[in-house]
Design a protein around this ligand. Structure first.
Ligand code: GUN
Length: 279
């Protein structure tokens, strides 16, 4: 039987460390969170980010803009936040409504305030391995893997999904710790066979019940980044938990696995942004 990786507990520890540092040094740290439109999932994420700010002693500034916001209005807001010394981090919640070009908006965020690490400059730094901001979800996954005591070096790691937010940076962080990394995607041939090679399997697909027992190696560490709704509208990950769990050594639950870690790492990045800007 697998051991559950408790993302809630690990994330609380990270947030407590952030709070303690802020308190000890008497820092004034601020995060601006921008949300455009009425996406329900985005609203939940943004509320959770604001709650985490409170826990950490970080001031949060919410900008909830209507669906019909123009690109110019959004870019003007980003410019204002870039120039506001009380704002150390800027987060524009994705996805944006279709008429807004998220690449253009992200490119406008000052790299020093880009706490998501989505800006091309920060993405490039992640590639090189010389980074200030860690991409939040992949960094959270690394913390969860470390919490199991697993040494990543030399391990076969398989990442399912090649998004800019999760899959690609995830592969980089694993590579930086000397894993042998394979990235799988919709065109991968015999996905199950590739996944079965994994000592550490990270799934970021976005499809319920995608990872089945025949796709995992006995004793693997399985990290489920998926955040989906099943037929009963219940929150679930990518992994068919009931059949995979008995076969592996460690597994993250959904909810309570990767989700809380993403937010904790965002808090860590916001504190880092403050430090960079105080240099
Ligand atoms: N939408 C889903 N995940 C994220 C994230 O980590 N950051 C932002 N800005 N938007 C998201």
């Amino acid at each position: 039987m697998a051991k559950l990786i408790d993302g809630k507990a690990v994330s609380q520890k990270v947030k407590e460390e952030v709070r303690a540092e802020i308190e000890r040094e008497g820092l004034k740290v601020g995060l601006a969170v921008v949300i455009v439109g009425n996406d329900q999932a985005s609203r939940v994420y943004v509320n959770n980010k604001k709650k985490a700010c409170e826990v950490c002693g970080i001031r949060s500034f919410e900008y909830a803009l209507p669906e019909e916001t123009t690109e110019k209005e959004l870019l003007d807001l980003v410019d204002t936040l870039n120039n506001d010394p009380e704002v150390n981090g800027i987060l524009v919640q994705l996805p944006l409504p279709k008429h807004l070009d998220s690449e253009k908006v992200i490119a406008r965020i000052s790299p020093e305030k880009d706490v998501d690490a989505f800006h091309a400059e920060n993405v490039g730094k992640i590639m090189i391995g010389n980074y200030a901001f860690l991409p939040c979800t992949p960094a959270g996954v690394m913390e969860l893997i470390h919490s199991t005591g697993t040494d990543v070096s030399g391990k076969e790691c398989v990442v399912i999904g090649r998004s800019n937010i999760v899959g690609k940076p995830m592969a980089m962080l694993l590579l930086h710790e000397n894993a042998t990394v394979t990235i799988c995607h919709s065109r991968t041939k015999d996905l199950a066979a590739v996944c079965r090679r994994a000592d550490i399997l990270v799934s970021a697909v976005g499809k319920a019940d995608f990872v089945t027992a025949d796709m995992v190696k006995e004793g693997a560490v399985v990290i489920d980044v998926g955040m989906n709704r099943n037929a009963e509208n219940k929150l679930c990950g990518d992994v068919k938990f009931d059949e995979v769990e008995p076969k592996v050594s460690y597994i993250t639950p959904v909810p309570g696995g990767v989700g809380p870690m993403t937010i904790a790492m965002l808090m860590k990045n916001t504190l880092m942004a403050k430090r960079i800007q105080s240099r």
